[in-house]
Design a protein around this ligand. Structure first.
Ligand code: SAM
Length: 304
């Protein structure tokens, strides 16, 4: 049934364009460069949205004071370390704890009560934050569900809760594991939650061990054709997948492929959370129903 939900989308994407840039590079040169990046590093940006990629490459070129793409290619050939600076530039890791707080309020009101069903139900919950940057979203999910359980007096020991954060960028995940954030990142966190789940020291907010224990981080490239879910050992049937502010960087065909992979590992009745300016391609509407429009949360239909 799921396959029938993925009719090819030959038209323009439904996702809103977030960046408009001038065409600064020759299209063929750009494809050659991205193929080269893929062959040298394994990171494949060939199907990312072109405007964003161009803008980011232009930023590197300006920094290195090079005029055109062939000149930039020479720098890459001479200094392979530049590949990693470029990759860091192309993987945009802007995030915040409790980014778009309404989403977490909605989860508290409508999703956690549904997933934390009364006794007799499945007691193992699996949540996946896909494209988690420095772990902001992953910890936000953990704090949100933990806080809900504490307020509703639901004992944590009654449930096994797995929350995994994955990203393509290994260095970002190392920082995610450290769980330390500056004041700019916690601006949307309620004071009550800041006091309860963070330890403030020397200008940084440190995630408390009770939250860290609930969370695991792993490298995973969502565009990888072979891997359907995070590395082996990680359970794959998820109750909720949050993939926010990542699909906007992909071209339509790649968005569709990635969403199709995510849907295959989402439980029937499970929830898919997209970013504020992202929309579900219409060809997936047979598999998912809008659960909350404002929060941009969808529910996978049973039987798909
Ligand atoms: C803008 S951040 C979004 C962070 C968080 N989800 C949020 O909404 O605040 C996008 C993240 O996607 C990651 N990313 C980019 N391409 C990816 C891929 N192919 N597979 C997995 N993660 C990827 C980037 O490294 C970055 O951390």
């Amino acid at each position: 049934m799921l396959d029938s939900c993925f009719r090819r989308n030959d038209g323009e994407t439904e996702l809103k364009r977030t960046e408009e840039t001038e065409t600064i590079v020759n299209k063929d040169h750009l494809q050659e460069l991205l193929t080269n990046v893929w062959q040298k590093t394994g990171y494949d940006f060939r199907e990312y949205r072109r405007q964003t990629i161009e803008r980011r490459i232009a930023k590197r070129m300006a920094l290195l004071n090079v005029a055109d793409l062939p000149a930039y290619r020479e720098i890459l050939d001479r200094d392979p370390e530049e590949y990693w600076y470029l990759i860091s530039e192309l993987t945009i890791k802007v995030s915040r704890l409790f980014r778009n707080p309404y989403v977490f309020e909605f989860m508290d009101q409508a999703i956690w009560p549904e997933l934390l069903r009364p006794p007799g139900a499945d007691k193992h919950l699996r949540l996946w934050s896909a494209g988690c940057a420095y772990g902001e979203e992953t910890y936000s999910l953990a704090i949100s569900i933990l806080d809900h359980m504490e307020r509703k007096k639901i004992p944590l020991k009654d449930y096994e809760i797995t929350i995994i954060g994955t990203d393509i960028d290994e260095e970002a995940l190392m920082l995610a594991r450290a769980g330390q954030y500056g004041p700019d990142t916690v601006g949307e966190v309620k004071k009550r939650l800041l006091d309860r789940y963070f330890d403030y020291k020397n200008g940084y907010y440190n995630i408390m061990p009770v939250v860290r224990k609930m969370v695991t981080f792993a490298v995973h490239d969502l565009t990888s054709p072979t891997i359907m879910s995070p590395p082996s050992g990680v359970i794959t049937n998820y109750d909720l997948i949050s993939c926010r502010n990542l699909l906007i960087y992909f071209a339509p065909a790649l968005q569709e492929r990635v969403l199709s992979k995510l849907l295959r590992v989402l439980n029937p009745g499970g929830y898919l959370v997209l970013g504020e300016s992202e929309a579900l391609p219409p060809q997936l509407s047979d598999c998912l129903r809008v659960f909350d429009k404002r929060a941009n949360i969808y529910q996978k239909m049973k039987g798909t």
